[in-house]
Design a protein around this ligand. Structure first.
Ligand SMILES: CC(C)(COP(=O)(O)OP(=O)(O)OC[C@H]1O[C@@H](n2cnc3c(N)ncnc32)[C@H](O)[C@@H]1OP(=O)(O)O)[C@@H](O)C(=O)NCCC(=O)NCCS
Length: 164
């Protein structure tokens, strides 16, 4: 008999407990699998190992029985105007069928725990105006909206090539 999908918001069964942990250089292959699953691309394992070994790079993985169901990545930014740095939460994603079960909340809580342990003075995150789920998550985890007018500009650069 075909099993139907669990309805949203249903608590996870005890066997499906979510484990959240910071990936370390030995987890290069796992980070690659998670990035390919969630973002469709990943650097090679050697580059990922180097990345995961960076003290200012935080890569949190949420997994159920070893299968990635969500991730958060963030970076510590140093400041020239104060001793303490800040945490830039660059990305967070939970697999669609595991949303609204508290995984995003736990990933953010773990990132904030890391930020406090590093004595950072704040954590911040950017999102799109239309991303209601992300905005609701950040509000639910204690963030306040600082700049509702922010715009995102990007300079595309072809890596390694000299500029104009
Ligand atoms: C944003 C995202 C990471 C939230 O993950 P999640 O695991 O579903 O979040 P949680 O279950 O921990 O939700 C925590 C709280 O956030 C709020 N929230 C989360 N998703 C919501 C939604 N779709 N609508 C309204 N509120 C929402 C609720 O207050 C929720 O608490 P509640 O379930 O007790 O009401 C997830 O929706 C996602 O992966 N989206 C696609 C990727 C993305 O847009 N990332 C953000 C980039 S800036």
């Amino acid at each position: 008999m075909r099993k139907s999908k669990p309805p949203p918001n249903r608590p996870l069964r005890p066997a499906a407990r979510v484990r959240i942990r910071r990936l370390t250089p030995g987890d290069g292959a796992l980070a690659g699998a998670a990035l390919r699953r969630f973002q469709g691309r990943a650097a090679g394992v050697a580059k990922l190992r180097e990345y995961l070994g960076g003290a200012s790079n935080l890569f949190l993985l949420a997994e159920i029985r070893g299968i990635p169901v969500g991730f958060l990545r963030a970076h510590v930014l140093e400041r020239p105007d104060r001793i303490e740095g800040q945490l830039f939460i660059y990305d967070i994603e939970v697999a669609p069928r595991y949303r609204r079960r508290g995984i995003g909340r736990r990933l953010v809580a773990r990132a904030l725990q890391f930020a406090r342990s590093e004595l950072l003075f704040e954590a911040f995150v950017l999102t799109s105006r239309g991303n209601r789920a992300a905005a609701a998550l950040y509000e639910a985890t204690g963030a306040s909206l600082e700049d509702p007018e922010a715009l995102l500009f990007v300079y595309p650069l072809s890596g390694g090539e000299p500029g104009p």
